[in-house]
Design a binder for this molecule. Structure first.
Ligand SMILES: [Ca+2]
Ligand SMILES: [Ca+2]
Ligand SMILES: [Ca+2]
Length: 240
């Protein structure tokens, strides 16, 4: 989400000022909100990594936030080394390293989101390379996003129009819905305990709560949704 990202930057600038004025534990807390902190883990040195000096873990986090290609960083207390990965990849390789902590952004909007389309506060990358549902979900995560979750009629119409316009002949597109509890309905991954606010299923769907647990927008039914076998390989849509 771009707006969230820019909001984070604004918050961080404010918090930096706070830090300069007084030592603040608040910024440490903010670090834990914006990043997942992984203990005893370090970014693997690569052509995309930069080692810089940082006085603390939060300052290392700030440097990553201000560097738009950085989704993952790590900080080594002993030497104050902050390693920034600038590969625009939230699954950048890490290694076990005692005394080091790795930082992974919870939300990341890659600057090189090529051919992304924008609607409301979200951007979408429609990926025609086919994958299983799990592969699609993991690939979206590594890009810094999620497998798309469609919450409103307006969002649904936007995506459907986009797919009609592209008219690529793909069988369908994975979305970030899954049948938790193997019951009569599917849920968005981000909201596994909530009903979908705008379920746009094709007639008679979903119909296979145990063998078809993954959500697809299917071309043959005007991109309305079906539950489908998760091992199918189809195109997919990432949302940022
Ligand atoms: Ca959405
Ligand atoms: Ca369910
Ligand atoms: Ca079905």
């Amino acid at each position: 989400m771009m707006i969230l990202e820019s909001d984070c930057l604004k918050i961080c600038v404010v918090m930096t000022v706070v830090m300069v004025c007084s030592s603040s534990s608040e910024f440490s807390e903010l670090t834990e909100v914006i990043f997942n902190v992984h203990r005893e883990e370090s970014v693997l040195s690569s052509q995309y990594s930069d080692d810089v000096y940082a006085e603390s873990l939060p300052l290392c986090a700030l440097m990553c936030l201000l560097q738009e290609k950085c989704c993952v960083a790590s900080f080594y207390d002993q030497t104050y080394m902050c390693r920034l990965d600038k590969s625009e990849n939230c699954c950048a390789a890490t290694i076990i390293a005692v005394g080091s902590r790795a930082l992974k952004r919870n939300k990341y909007y890659p600057p090189a989101c090529t051919e992304c389309v924008i609607f409301g506060n979200s951007s979408y990358k429609i990926i025609e390379v086919t994958a299983t549902w799990s592969e699609a979900m993991n690939n979206c995560t590594c890009l810094g996003g999620i497998l798309a979750e469609i919450e409103t009629e307006a969002e649904s119409n936007f995506i459907t129009n986009e797919l009609f316009t592209r008219n690529t002949g793909a069988t369908g597109y994975w979305l970030g819905g899954y049948n938790f509890n193997s019951d009569s309905d599917l849920e968005w991954i981000s909201q596994p305990n909530e009903r979908m606010p705008y379920p746009n299923f094709a007639p008679g769907e979903p119909n296979q709560p145990t063998s078809e647990k993954c959500l697809m927008a299917i071309t043959n039914y005007n991109f309305e949704w079906v539950d489908a076998p998760c091992q199918m390989t189809v195109a997919y849509i990432c949302e940022f």
